[in-house]
Design a protein around this ligand. Structure first.
Ligand code: LMR
Length: 397
């Protein structure tokens, strides 16, 4: 029976990372997966995470299941991190959450809730969006519409196009927004633009679903969440998918949360109960390790301070790399690369064709996605010249 199943192509992101790992060239450069890498090309474990992990290993006396909604300290910590401790929705008890296996689990639980509330709802996604959004949300039966977002010639947001397209979003539709550090393009909305989206959601009645996977890596923890928080203050209902993969470096521990902002505490509680039933159907219980660590880091003053300091220095480094890459590229190619400095977070589209991206891999062992999305955090002093030189060569300069 199973022989009817053909071999499928490799994942367009993870498959390229595997190809890079297999490349014997000692000067290869991996700019594929969105993982923070330091100057040595390693993905570090935060000092606060290491400390919390040591405490956990010393004190953990059982491997029994944690509660289905997840660790209580983690849920409190993540709600306050995303919404702000002084969020009026939090203070009014309109927020609930469930701990999930990573940001993907959070998106999937959000999708399950949307499907339960409105079967086959239309979800508006930005063009482009993270490619995994489509199978993750589509597999529960949701349908998609796309709204204009990235304007390739200006390397910025086509906000007029976005607004024009979202005028067709109706009550019962969902609009998926990237909370910050847009994946894949790095072009984010300004706060006034978030305000305009809030107004449209209020008037047209669509439900925003916010994916925030990079909080803290654009302009810092507070500013990166400002647009999302504005929506929370103004709208009666909202779903948020949060991830601790990048900002706490807990990638492999699969640590995330779906947050529900309901009209009142009864609806927040109802949404959580729905999420628990959905989770039971899909993966039963969330994994413990990462969330027990994150809960400790977020809830302990000293650990939290240490984590924030380290996160801020990562964020500063990414922004410095953006400036350095711009200078190197502009020195090698007679072209304006200032957009790299304007963008936020880990990603940027270099504006190359798929063929040029493939040539970079084949001829220079510089790995980026076919869309020319690069992970800026994969650049370091040892490889930045290789990247600039190789890009200049495929651009024919
Ligand atoms: C990425 O976009 O590279 C990351 O979010 C990792 C992934 O799972 O694709």
């Amino acid at each position: 029976m199973l022989e009817v199943l053909p071999r499928l192509p490799d994942d367009p992101i993870l498959g390229l990372a595997a190809a890079c790992r297999a490349d014997p060239n000692p000067n290869k450069v991996d700019l594929t997966v969105g993982i923070y890498m330091d100057e040595q090309g390693l993905c570090p474990v935060f000092e606060a995470v290491q400390q919390a992990q040591r405490q956990l290993i010393e004190q953990e006396s059982s491997k029994a299941y944690i509660p289905p909604a997840g660790d209580a300290a983690f849920n409190t910590g993540i709600q306050q991190l995303v919404l702000g401790a002084d969020s009026s929705a939090l203070l009014a008890g309109r927020v609930s959450s469930v701990q999930t296996p990573g940001g993907c689990g959070a998106l999937r639980i959000g999708a399950e809730i949307i499907q339960a509330a409105r079967p086959n709802a239309r979800v508006w996604v930005s063009d482009p969006t993270w490619p995994v959004h489509i199978p993750l949300l589509g597999s529960v039966g949701l349908r998609f519409e796309s709204y204009r977002y990235y304007d390739a010639p200006s390397h910025g947001v086509d906000f007029e196009g976005m607004v024009a397209d979202l005028k067709s979003a109706q009550r019962g539709d969902v609009v998926l927004l990237h909370g910050c550090c847009h994946n894949p393009c790095g072009a984010d909305l300004e706060l006034e633009q978030w305000a305009q989206i809030a107004e449209m959601a209020e008037q047209q009645g669509f439900l925003p679903f916010i994916d925030i996977a990079y909080q803290g890596l654009g302009d810092g923890l507070e500013r990166d969440a400002a647009g999302l928080r504005l929506l929370v203050e103004r709208l009666p209902e909202l779903i948020v998918a949060a991830s601790c993969s990048k900002n706490l470096g807990l990638y492999r521990e699969r640590t995330g949360a779906t947050l529900f902002i309901g009209q009142n505490s009864a609806s927040a509680e109802a949404l959580q109960s729905q999420a628990l039933v959905a989770a039971r159907r899909v993966y039963s219980m969330p994994p413990a390790h990462g969330a027990l660590i994150a809960g400790r880091v977020l809830g302990d003053q000293a650990l939290r301070q240490s984590w924030q300091n380290e996160l801020e220095s990562m964020c500063r480094r990414i922004n410095t790399l953006r400036s350095d890459l711009r200078s190197k590229l502009e020195a090698a190619v007679d072209q304006d690369f200032s957009f790299i400095e304007r963008e936020k977070g880990m990603f940027s589209f270099l504006g190359l064709s798929a063929e040029q991206a493939q040539r970079l891999r084949r001829e220079h062992s510089v790995y980026m996605l076919d869309s020319s999305r690069i992970n800026v955090a994969g650049i370091n002093a040892a490889n930045i010249d290789i990247v600039a030189r190789s890009v200049a060569q495929v651009l024919g300069r």
